[in-house]
Design a protein. Structure first.
Length: 561
């Protein structure tokens, strides 16, 4: 049956029965989330290698699009820590123009994932891979913030992870004590703030307090070594116009890898955030609609000068905890950010860089999931631990693109291996126990005797890759060359092209050796596939039996003939 477009934005269903009480709850939640998102948007923008206003523009444009077109009631979208590493790498290699094109392409890929109903499949990427690259991103973010956190005076920071830490150690004597005080104090404020109030964001308090401290130190103590945003960037509060970049085939080909990385990472993070939110509010998001909404957001964001965006778990949980229950809260959050951008943006120039670094250090700690990482490393199977560690080290030593590509390949290989392990092939010797058989017609008999010169094999599970090789191994162990081989397929729910190919090869090889193949217990679905592939002519209609007793009777005839 042909699938229809699964695009049903939650916003449309939410406003049908909207009332004043819900509006007040969404209004309060939206205002608080907008305030929480402000320092994070600035910090993520700067850490990604763009100007601070681009982070806020992303939160406004993408946040609005995700709330309007997404498949979750409470999802809050915007720039996130997970994108810092990949965005910074793309800008270094391809420039801002390259990032814009890659983000647009990622938006198209996300829409295609939703249109093709792949939303549910994305969620089945193995957990060790998700934990591995999330922890790797956290370590990378932490590493990139050491210079600003401690106010190190360095000409440049190497991009390579190991070289970066060597440079930090070499420049350990160039720490500015005032900047280090601001950075460490910011971390401390964010860490202790939840003990006093869980509604007031610690990051915002840290930025306000440490900005005032830095201004007082400069004004009254003559401390000028604390670098601020204004020292590094020129702040603009003017809304940019929509600009579609020039697209060439060469540019598109060169940016497929980064675009796929952005799309996959965005899909995983947004669907993970939506799933977590579902568990809290007791709702069910629409995965395919969510991916289409994320795609629209990632097309709109770069057109207005923004960077990649996705669903943000921390901001989404803040929305829920403050009463947000419909996408209207997300829209209000975008409006609040827009008002701040238009009227208060020039004040951002006074924020110390060390304070923003402190905010990101706390974000990195929250992302690291070190408890899950250690628990998985200790208690999971060796194959999962290997995948976890490889993904982690690929992320920090190479880059996220390599880790994502490895992760997707690894996910496919693990799936293939585990699916292959679900299929068992074994030989039945001497007699068949009928107590649990579903394909027999032998009345009250408890067993059937296997005639001399007949071998019986049973397949338990789907017949696809791997099953054919197991047949060869078992038949080699059996040793004798029978006149008839019965293959019981009562527990085979389906057979794929690889299974058909293996089965055909086995039948042809058996015929060359003078052995007749009889199939038993073939369900109607599998039998239809076999007939479409001419197995009824290859084996003969009389050698495809519905029941094991019929197959044994047929085998007895062939042995006596």
């Amino acid at each position: 049956m042909e699938k229809t477009l699964d695009f049903k934005p939650k916003f449309l269903s939410a406003i049908k029965h909207y009332d004043r009480k819900t509006l007040m709850a969404d209004l309060m939640a939206g205002v608080i989330v907008g305030i929480v998102a402000l320092p994070l948007a600035i910090a993520f923008g700067i850490a990604s290698g763009v100007s601070p206003e681009k982070g806020i523009i992303t939160a406004i444009v993408a946040g609005l699009a995700i709330s309007l077109f997404g498949g979750s009631k409470v999802q809050i979208g915007g720039p996130t820590g997970a994108f810092i590493v990949i965005v910074y790498g793309i800008i270094q290699q391809y420039g801002m123009q390259g990032l814009t094109v890659a983000t647009l392409m990622a938006g198209v890929f996300l829409i295609l994932l939703g249109v093709l109903h792949l939303g549910t499949i994305i969620k089945y990427i193995p957990y060790p891979i998700v934990v591995g690259f999330t922890s790797g991103i956290a370590v990378t973010i932490f590493s990139t913030q050491i210079k600003d956190l401690l106010g190190m005076t360095m000409e440049s920071v190497p991009s390579d992870f190991i070289e970066k830490w060597i440079a930090y150690i070499y420049n350990i004597g160039n720490i500015d004590m005032w900047s280090a005080f601001v950075g460490i104090a910011s971390v401390a404020i964010i860490a202790v703030m939840p003990r006093f109030s869980k509604k007031i964001p610690g990051s915002l308090v840290a930025i306000i307090v440490m900005t005032v401290v830095a201004l007082l130190l400069k004004q009254y103590a003559g401390v000028t070594s604390i670098e601020t945003i204004g020292d590094r960037f020129s702040i603009s509060s003017q809304l940019p116009g929509a600009v579609v970049p020039e697209l060439t085939w060469e540019t598109i080909k060169g940016l497929v890898g980064p675009a796929v990385t952005i799309a996959v990472l965005g899909a995983i993070e947004s669907l993970l955030s939506a799933t977590v939110a579902d568990g809290v509010i007791g709702d069910h998001h629409n995965s395919n609609t969510e991916l289409i909404g994320q795609g629209i957001a990632n097309i709109a964001s770069p057109i207005f000068g923004g960077i990649p965006a996705t669903g943000a778990i921390a901001r989404t949980m803040t929305n829920i905890n403050n009463g947000g229950r419909t996408p209207v809260a997300g829209i209000i959050h975008a409006v609040v950010l827009l008002l701040i951008f238009l009227f208060l943006m020039p004040l951002a120039q006074y924020i110390p860089m060390a304070c923003l670094a402190g905010v990101l250090v706390v974000v990195a700690y929250g992302m690291s999931g070190w408890r899950s990482f250690l628990a998985m490393a200790r208690h999971n199977p060796k194959s999962d631990v290997t995948v976890l560690l490889l993904t982690f080290f690929l992320t920090i030593i190479f880059d996220l693109t390599v880790a994502i590509e490895f992760g997707l390949i690894c996910a496919c290989l693990l799936f293939m291996r585990r699916m292959a392990e679900t299929t068992e092939v074994h030989a039945i010797i001497n007699e068949i126990d009928l107590n649990e058989d579903a394909d027999m017609q032998s009345g009250n008999l408890e067993h059937l005797t296997i005639p001399e010169g007949v071998e019986v094999y049973e397949i338990n599970g789907p017949y696809f890759f791997g099953a054919g090789n197991r047949f060869e191994d078992i038949m080699a162990r059996y040793g004798n060359r029978p006149k008839v081989r019965i293959i019981r397929m009562r527990k085979v729910p389906f057979i794929d092209s690889t299974g058909l190919h293996n089965l055909e090869n086995m039948c042809l090889m058996s015929q060359k050796e003078g052995i007749t193949i009889v199939l038993s217990g073939v369900n109607p679905k599998v039998e239809a596939v076999l007939k479409r592939n001419n197995f009824n002519h290859l084996l003969g209609e009389e050698n495809i039996c519905n029941h094991i007793d019929l197959a044994l009777a047929r085998a007895s005839e062939l042995v006596k003939a």
